[in-house]
Design a protein around this ligand. Structure first.
Ligand SMILES: [Zn+2]
Length: 302
């Protein structure tokens, strides 16, 4: 048996969103894609994944990250119409519509600043007043990952890495927030309902075919958190899923940014999770091997 796991983010139409500047997969292309996948693969549900002994030949699993409202308003009706199963990975924070994720705040900031060098210089001058920026620039060089360069220019990488994990958490959140508030011209509390699906939406979506999995609580780079921080983040998200109606035997985790380490896997075992999805290219051939490092491809790479 072969299993291809496919990851999606935004799926929408041009006229759909106020946030026109974000990259998205068009609804029409999405429909074409799932028609193609249905023709060539058996699209399996989480329950079929858990009973995988019965799987034959070519299988695919559709997964949707970050709990966007698109998943409720656009994807869910299509899946229902074509009777296609899927797993949705929504952070606890977005399901409760507490705040925008930092990753989305940053996307919205970047979408307003085409000149990334200029943006970095602005952030840098804010930072110079409070921290030793050169120390973090050196760290950035050491930690910056190869895959960064596939997608972004140098200044965009530095901004992303600084604001997603390199700077101390309080400082990075403060910087992201101040630029985010300058970027949007509305109250974030009003915008949030147009951005993420709610706990009640998720409840309505939940069925034999459609399940929810963990994407952490605060959508952090887990590899940069210590054991206790990771444990608390994953536990909060697990409890939220159980409240939603996900069963203990159905627990799966998709690592935010594809980031995890040995501690993450230890914690998932301890908290009784069944599978963990990473962002790396590949096809699953044996579901009993490396259960917590299943490869998953982005829809753009499929
Ligand atoms: Zn994510």
């Amino acid at each position: 048996m072969n299993l291809k796991i496919i990851g999606y983010h935004y799926v929408r139409t041009k006229s759909y969103s106020k946030f026109k500047s974000l990259n998205f997969l068009d609804k029409k292309d999405f429909i074409e894609q799932i028609k193609f996948i249905s023709k060539n693969y058996k699209i399996i549900s989480l329950n079929e994944l858990l009973n995988h002994k019965k799987l034959k030949k070519e299988n695919a699993l559709l997964t949707f990250d970050d709990g966007y409202i698109d998943h409720y308003e656009i994807v869910f009706p299509i899946l229902k119409k074509y009777k296609i199963p899927a797993i949705f990975f929504a952070p606890e924070k977005t399901l409760k519509q507490k705040d925008f994720l930092d990753v989305n705040k940053l996307q919205l900031i970047l979408s307003k600043f085409n000149d990334r060098k200029k943006l970095f210089k602005l952030i840098e001058s804010d930072l110079r007043k409070i921290i030793n920026v050169d120390y973090y620039l050196k760290l950035q060089k050491k930690l910056s990952k190869d895959y960064d360069h596939r997608w972004h220019d140098n200044y965009t990488n530095i901004i992303r890495n600084f604001l997603q994990y390199l700077l101390p958490i309080k400082i990075r959140k403060k910087i992201i927030n101040s630029y985010f508030l300058k970027t949007i011209d509305n109250d974030p509390k009003k915008l949030i309902k147009n951005f993420y699906l709610s706990f009640n939406n998720a409840k309505e979506m939940l069925s034999d075919d459609i399940c929810f999995g963990s994407h952490g609580s605060d959508h952090e780079w887990l590899e940069f958190l210590n054991y206790k921080e990771q444990y608390n983040d994953i536990l909060k998200s697990k409890n939220n899923l159980l409240n939603l109606g996900v069963k203990e035997k159905q627990l799966t985790m998709c690592y935010p940014y594809g980031s995890y380490n040995k501690d993450t896997i230890k914690i998932l075992r301890k908290l009784n999770f069944k599978y963990g999805f990473a962002n790396k290219y590949g096809v699953v051939k044996n579901l009993d091997k490396n259960r917590f490092e299943l490869p998953r491809v982005d829809t753009n790479e499929f």
